[in-house]
Write a protein that binds this ligand. Structure first.
Ligand SMILES: *Cc1c(COP(=O)(O)O)cnc(C)c1O
Ligand SMILES: [Zn+2]
Length: 553
């Protein structure tokens, strides 16, 4: 492998040793790997064609002298999943999720740990120190276990106990610090210095940045497989890359990956980067919005999302700010509550259970689409950075389960009896409010049904045109009607008039859901007849469900 380490500050080139963390000339800790891009542009494509989809298919672009992949746990090669339901809900059909939960320890830190631990093993290192908000320590612990390296894991006391126990399970020593993450890093650093141990340097760790890069390579290959090659290049890139950030290592590394592909002539453009922080710890967002060159610090973060609790990003902000501005991207923040809500939406609409930190990325995505910054026609890749396992009780809230106790005497008998069956009626759907969806588009019907079912217990009735809908409503007398306007046979206006003219149906609340802009005349015709008007695409708003719940009472 031919590569050199170039100092970002003075340009000095040096060979790579994991333990020499500073530029020999100017002492800077910010250095990056450089490869022979001209040669690789020619030789690598043929090799890639024959290699499996994992991180090591890009091994010529990783800073290892002798890539020995015996430590591999199957990192990289995560799927790019089309978010069909979310896309429909948001009116933005090309949303893709880079599912980094599928890494060996269920977060994108696995890439960083796989490459860094391989480099440490190559260098004969047997002990290391890392400060972590949880996931880094879990990942490093797994790979360190395989490499026979001892890890001292410094974590803040706010890291969920399940994560701490997992770190310990891999045989690492957990050291719990009651203090902020930035303080935790200082303690870890002092410990490493006193003992002369290798310590993880966050975004200054060359191997970590290089590892993150592989996400960009994969995204380009995967988007190309879906949308075809670029205009003048073999690979295509999305319009946006969206990620929740703490220290910003992910986007810094991933940007480098896109830049290298550009240098090799594989892609002709780099996506806009959207970096999302938790509102209670968003120093980069506030600094960027104020146009500051250096980042403010948040001394005591006010977020429950510990994974994203870097209050002092240091120089990472300067690099990420440049990336953001060069790509016409944005920094944005989202409150914890929005992130928790986004977790629910993602799980219920797409079957993806993500951790709160990843929820922040999706909350940011929703915000950027609503603000019109991400356009409906844009292709967006959101990094789903980590899995929530198990779901924290505070995220689920009350009433997430229904309990049935079977009377003791029923248990003695193997055939179900009355007591058992009557217990079941407590959860039987007949007792739930009835909602009729009258809508001719199958996809829209499915989406509305899915949104309603995921948020409460309703009995959903469906009709595919106005006439059928009217019959259904007259027969079933539902608690609420969700009605489309443009339909064959009988349009929504006629349905409303028919309902209002009969006593039994005159008071059934109606929400009109329509994709079209109404003319003033049409609005007049609806005036006073319906309870609410929703544009399709508005469904993500909590107002829709609030509206449904309030109308049903
Ligand atoms: C570390 C982490 C982040 C933040 O990543 P950075 O790029 O280092 O800021 C986001 N989500 C999850 C799940 C993480 O583990
Ligand atoms: Zn230097």
């Amino acid at each position: 492998m031919t590569f050199i380490i170039k100092c970002v500050d003075c340009g000095h080139n040096a060979p790579y040793y994991p333990t020499s963390t500073n530029c020999p000339k100017c002492n800077s800790q910010w250095r990056e790997a450089e490869y022979d891009y001209e040669a690789l542009a020619k030789t690598l494509p043929a090799k890639l064609a024959t290699r499996p989809m994992n991180l090591w298919r890009y091994r010529e672009l990783l800073p290892l002298r002798n890539p020995n992949i015996s430590l591999s746990l199957g990192e990289g090669g995560s799927p790019l999943i089309r978010a069909v339901n979310l896309g429909m809900m948001l009116g933005c059909p090309n949303i893709y999720i880079k599912d980094e939960r599928q890494g060996p320890t269920a977060s994108f830190k696995d890439r960083q740990a796989a490459v860094t631990v391989a480099a440490l093993k190559e260098a004969g290192i047997t002990e290391m120190v890392a400060a972590s908000t949880g996931n880094v320590a879990i990942s490093y612990s797994a790979y360190a276990a395989r490499a026979g390296i001892k890890l001292w894991a410094f974590v803040t006391s706010l890291v969920p106990a399940v994560k701490m126990r997992e770190i310990a399970l891999y045989g690492s020593q957990v050291i719990k610090i009651t203090g902020s993450y930035d303080e935790c890093k200082q303690v870890a650093s002092e410990f490493a210095r006193q003992r002369g141990l290798y310590q993880d340097m966050g975004a200054r760790t060359i191997t970590s940045i290089e590892a993150m890069k592989t996400i960009a390579f994969e995204i380009a290959e995967q988007i190309t497989a879906i949308q075809g090659a670029g205009e003048n290049t073999p690979l295509r890139t999305p319009d946006w890359y969206v990620q929740a950030i703490s220290g910003g290592m992910g986007p810094i590394g991933i940007y480098k990956g896109f830049r290298e592909m550009q240098q090799m002539g594989w892609v002709d453009r780099i996506p806009a980067f959207a970096s999302i922080q938790a509102e209670g710890c968003a120093p980069m967002v506030t600094s960027w919005k104020k146009g500051m060159e250096k980042s403010e610090k948040v001394v005591s973060p006010k977020t429950r999302i510990e994974t994203l609790a870097t209050g002092d990003p240091g120089r990472s902000y300067e690099f990420l700010r440049k990336i953001t501005d060069d790509t016409k991207g944005v920094f944005e923040s989202a409150p914890d509550e929005d992130a928790f809500r986004a977790m629910h939406v993602l799980a219920k609409m797409e079957g993806i259970s993500a951790e709160p930190a990843a929820g922040v990325a999706f909350a940011g995505l929703f915000k950027l689409i609503r603000a019109g910054i991400i356009k409906p026609s844009d292709t967006v890749v959101v990094n789903c950075t980590g899995h929530t396992m198990p779901a924290d009780a505070s995220i689920l809230g009350e009433n997430w389960s229904r309990d049935i106790t079977i009377p003791a005497k029923e248990r003695e008998d193997s055939t179900p009896r009355e007591g058992l069956l009557s217990a079941l009626t407590q959860v039987a759907p007949e007792r739930f409010p009835k909602i009729a969806i009258v809508e001719d588009t199958t996809e829209a019907r499915r989406l509305i049904r899915r949104i309603l079912q995921s948020q409460g217990n309703f009995t959903i009735l469906e009709a595919t045109n106005g006439r059928e809908g009217l019959e259904l409503i007259q027969r079933e007398l539902p608690d609420l009607v969700i009605l489309d306007l443009m339909m064959p046979e009988m349009d929504g206006f006629a349905v409303i008039e028919a309902l209002r003219s009969k006593q039994e149906t005159a008071t059934i609340p109606v929400i009109v859901a329509t994709a079209k802009e109404l003319t003033p005349d049409e609005k007049n015709r609806l005036g006073g007849q319906i309870q609410s008007l929703m544009q399709k695409g508005d469904f993500l708003n909590d107002e829709f469900l609030e509206e449904v719940k309030s109308l049903i009472k």
